[in-house]
Design a protein around this ligand. Sequence first.
Ligand code: LLP
Length: 385
Amino acid sequence: MLKGKFPVDQFQALETPFYYYDLQLLQETLEVVKRESGQYGYHVHYAVKANANPRLLALIAQNGLGADCVSGGEIQAALEAGFPNDKIVFAGVGKADWEINLGLERRIACFNVESAAELEVIDELAGRKGVVARVALRINPEVDAHTHAKITTGLKENKFGINLSQLPQVLKRMETMSHVELTGLHCHIGSQITDMSAFRNLVIRVNEIQEELEKKGLRVEHLNFGGGLGIDYYHPNHLPIAAFDNYFAVFHTLLDKRPGQQVHFEPGRSIVAPCGSLISKVLYVKEGETKRFAILDAGFTDLIRPAMYDAYHRVENLTSDEPEELYDVVGPICESSDVFAKDIALNKARRGDLFALRSAGAYGEIMASRYNCRKLPRAHFSDEF
Ligand code: LLP
């Protein structure tokens, strides 16, 4: 395994900043996902939002996973990468008509519906085409994921999902619709969850909900638990693969799965985060009065997670083994939030050194912007070297 080993000599010739993807690590991760989910017969749809780089998507599709999409653009990207239409699910609180029509035309597996209003539109658009849309209702299980507030989704105050108290009304409305078929229940409580008790609480909650629904005579073909499994951002070399074994075991142990019922998951981060690093060059070392700054050519336009979620990404100086010093690692963008890390110990940095910001394969390249008229970061892959 290429645990944190980079082809640094070859990197020197490349234009920075760029994302470097370790395809071998991604393949090893996919092997673990297939083994751990496969033993229980679970279905895994990769959450395309985490990274839609065509090469990564193609590798994930080749490994037989499905795709979880949140826009028409993602559905197109998934189809182009080779995901079969009947393994594509489509979620999102604000699906536009053209996106719903695309899903209907391409006969995707399921629409994960987030409100009664959306259900009515899907029913109408499917009716116009003379087809029946397969839908899962995204419920809000009111389970706290104990993660960062900006990536918590399963609480009443979040915009996502249908609140449990409103579910009976929605089901009643649905009885009058002839172009939607209820096939499943969907939920997603948040992201970067490393405490398995949040998932345990989720399963216990879904068991209760399922019992309630069955009392009303409603049985669903599949249960979809969304994504959310976290990774270890602090030890990318020692623990490069997320705890898929513990994760799937929680569901196997606690879920009251009905005979023949399918169980679906939508991991994003846990699949692609560890295999990607943002590689950047030191432009200047600036000795401030109280601080020493390593100013990189990458900024929050290339990796927004630290600025947006106070996220930690391990920073390494790939080209120095001189004694460590404390640095604030910052980008060139004209905003004081353009900071990757504060007061971290790094091997002494000089102009031209290459830094790696680790575990950036998820929500990195895909969230890049052109603010300050900057170029989008490029991507390079381990098999190029
Ligand atoms: N399914 C649904 C319905 C979701 O909303 C998400 C993520 C996923 C699956 C995939 O979750 P994952 O396995 O990646 O945790 N940009 C943020 C994360 C936003 C997550 C949004 N939803 C970040 O950089 O931390």
